[in-house]
Ligand binder design. Structure first.
Ligand SMILES: [Zn+2]
Ligand SMILES: [Zn+2]
Length: 269
């Protein structure tokens, strides 16, 4: 319940048939604006009717709360009532206090004009898991956008079949790897975050490092598992030590070779 002045006391009691709302205080503390009492959807869906008792001091205006946000995802307008589960499958939610739209495994492949559209003054697109948005026109059309990967497993793939992936260049947080191009097949690794009308495909991700070492004659490193990604991690010179292959016996000399203590590289015999 909201809208009461601080001095007023509220009491809500629910019985089998009736719900009583009692507001008490001094007459001079009366509220001239509306007092908002929200009744959960589950109660309204129970089939009970909403009626009120006549009271000359109260005016009732019973209606469905239809607070809409200037935000559409997959053709669905985000409202106060669907904001916790916009698409009905638990993959998308919106927090109006922080203007954060969170996607966790969203797959939008409907042939809509846009997949995500907003006129909110600023929007943060928080991402968990792999997400893919596809549309025929500008896929993500919102001003002042921040794209934020929640962890290294999160990614966002944006594909326009006839237009551009983004209307504007977003601010990026947690993004380590960008592939962008005129199509998915033409996408290449890029450091540039400036998208143009020709950028129809964009993929934001974090690197995934291979478990095994790669090496050449002087160094070892971990490669990224994403095909076409040139970035490497943990690159260092070998840490060579001598390993005995055969112990010397009598006049027969022993044999040994150099081997890196970190990777599997074997140096000269
Ligand atoms: Zn990578
Ligand atoms: Zn090595």
């Amino acid at each position: 319940m909201t809208g009461l002045s601080l001095q007023l006391k509220e009491a809500v009691a629910a019985g089998a048939q009736n719900l009583t709302l009692r507001v008490s205080g001094q007459a001079e503390q009366a509220v001239s604006g509306p007092i908002r009492l929200t009744i959960e959807g589950g109660i309204l869906a129970s089939g009970r009717e909403l009626t009120t008792t006549d009271n000359p001091n109260a005016r009732w205006n019973i209606g469905k709360d239809t607070e809409n946000y200037d935000l559409w995802l997959g053709g669905v307008r985000v409202t106060k009532s669907n904001s916790e589960d916009i698409l009905g499958d638990g993959t998308a939610s919106f927090a109006p206090r922080t203007n954060t739209l969170t996607l966790s495994g969203v797959r939008l492949n409907r042939q809509e004009q846009t997949a995500l559209r907003s006129q909110l003054p600023a929007l943060t697109l928080g991402l968990a898991e792999d997400n893919s948005l596809r549309a025929s026109g500008t896929v993500i059309d919102t001003p002042d956008l921040t794209v934020e990967l929640a962890d290294s497993r999160a990614s966002l793939t944006v594909l326009s079949t006839q237009g551009a992936a983004f209307a504007q260049t977003p601010l990026l947080r947690g993004v380590e790897e960008i592939f962008a191009g005129a199509s998915q097949n033409a996408a290449a690794f890029t450091q540039s975050w400036n998208f143009t009308g020709g950028t129809a495909y964009v993929r934001f991700a974090a690197h995934q490092w291979e478990k095994t070492w790669r090496y050449h004659s002087s160094a070892h490193w971990h490669a990224c598992t994403h095909s076409g990604c040139p970035v490497v991690s943990d690159q260092q010179s070998h840490d060579l030590g001598w390993i005995a292959d055969e112990q010397p016996y009598g006049t027969t000399p022993g044999r040994m070779h150099a081997e890196c203590r970190v990777c599997a590289y074997q140096g000269p015999q």
